[in-house]
Design a protein around this ligand. Structure first.
Ligand code: ACO
Length: 326
């Protein structure tokens, strides 16, 4: 019986690889520190003129092709990003134009690293309601543009990339069984880009203080991330009464290997059930989960009938989880 389903996935990673050894010559750090404290070995960095709309376009076209669809089939475009090409026009409008879609609604969604799952849940429900038939959801980020390359506390963590999914009614594909979305604005200050919005515009003074870059209280974010990811996962599974050990595969946000390991311990699941790519890409924020989903599907890690739990956490603070069945 047809249900709203993920019928195609795509991913794009920029060609340029930045290794930990490259960072050793940029800031006071070491490959050993980065690997031990984060698990990250390298990350991809977009070319100077390569923007989230370009990376998102490549991922979207791949997802459409894998779904056997064309851009004209799309009825709605949602792009999750914290590093939009421009404040406006939205990255979604630029992707609409670049892929050659019709003049369908297109908008950006900002929920930091949780943005893709927010978009995925919205898209499933809009298709279920019959409001739109075929929806493109993209996560695309150029975090290298908001990273302070002289701050060793943050510059080792992030990377660039894009992932995309297509959702429409189908008898096959990934279906949403349950979800949990949440946010806590009272804790927002632990992970911010203070300047570049209307509160602190891009002025020489603000730029001089580096306020256009990511500011993060790493230890606090680490602790809050584990608590939020465990709790959103349990809330999501409780909605359908699924015991944690019945989850076949977990795709967690890829911020830090130690966060993923602790999450596995807290959920009492073996680490081998977790998809991990952070050693290759670092934290790509809203792009990380759709890239991981695409990689897991194309690597054959997800089989028909399996239950997959996606778990995100990010600035806002925001968190999200989605239980899918393939
Ligand atoms: N190289 C070498 N030393 C470093 C580096 C580095 N790259 N970065 C920090 N250090 C130093 C610190 O200055 C500190 O030195 P000090 O003790 O002399 O002050 C020391 O290493 C230890 O620093 P800690 O902050 O205690 O290191 P910790 O083990 O907490 O790891 C990290 C830091 C990796 C940032 C960790 O806290 C973390 O991953 N936090 C969560 C980050 C995260 O998830 N962010 C994003 C989530 S949401 C989103 O994706 C936008």
């Amino acid at each position: 019986e047809p249900k709203p389903s993920i019928v195609g996935t795509g991913a794009y990673l920029p060609a340029k690889v930045l290794r930990n050894s490259d960072l050793e010559s940029m800031v006071d750090t070491s490959d050993r520190w980065i690997v031990e404290r984060t698990g990250i070995q390298e990350r991809r960095i977009a070319a100077e003129k390569e923007c989230p709309s370009d990376m998102g376009t490549a991922a979207a076209l791949m997802a459409l092709e894998r779904a056997g669809l064309t851009p004209e089939d799309l009825d709605l475009i949602i792009v999750a990003t914290t590093t939009a090409d421009t404040l406006f026009p939205s990255t979604a409008c630029q992707i609409q134009q670049k892929i050659g879609a019709r003049k369908v609604p297109a908008f950006d969604l900002q929920a930091a690293c949780s943005g893709f799952l927010y978009g995925l849940v919205m898209a499933h429900h809009l298709v279920a309601l019959g409001t739109y038939r075929t929806i493109l959801v993209v996560g695309a980020e150029k975090l290298s543009s908001i990273v302070n390359w002289s701050d060793r506390n943050t510059c080792v963590l992030f990377g660039d990339g894009a992932g995309a999914v297509i959702i429409q009614q189908s008898a096959t594909g990934g279906r949403l069984l349950a979800h949990d979305l949440g946010a806590d604005g009272s804790q927002g200050q632990v992970l911010t880009v203070p300047a570049g919005g209307s509160r602190l515009p891009i002025t020489a003074e603000n730029v001089g203080e580096g306020l256009q870059f990511i500011q993060m209280v790493g230890k606090t974010v680490f602790r809050l991330a584990i608590d939020a990811m465990e709790s959103t996962a349990r809330t999501c599974l409780n909605k359908v009464g699924l015991p944690v050990d019945k989850v076949d595969y977990v795709i967690p946000h890829q911020a830090n290997m130690r966060i993923i390991e602790l999450l596995a311990t807290r959920l009492d699941l073996p680490l081998k059930r977790f998809f991990i790519h952070l050693e290759r890409y670092g934290n790509t924020s809203a792009a990380c989960i759709p890239i991981a989903l695409h990689e897991a599907l194309t690597a054959g890690n997800i089989q028909p009938g399996e239950k997959i739990l996606l778990i995100a956490f990010g600035g806002g603070l925001t968190w999200a989880s989605a239980l899918l069945e393939w």
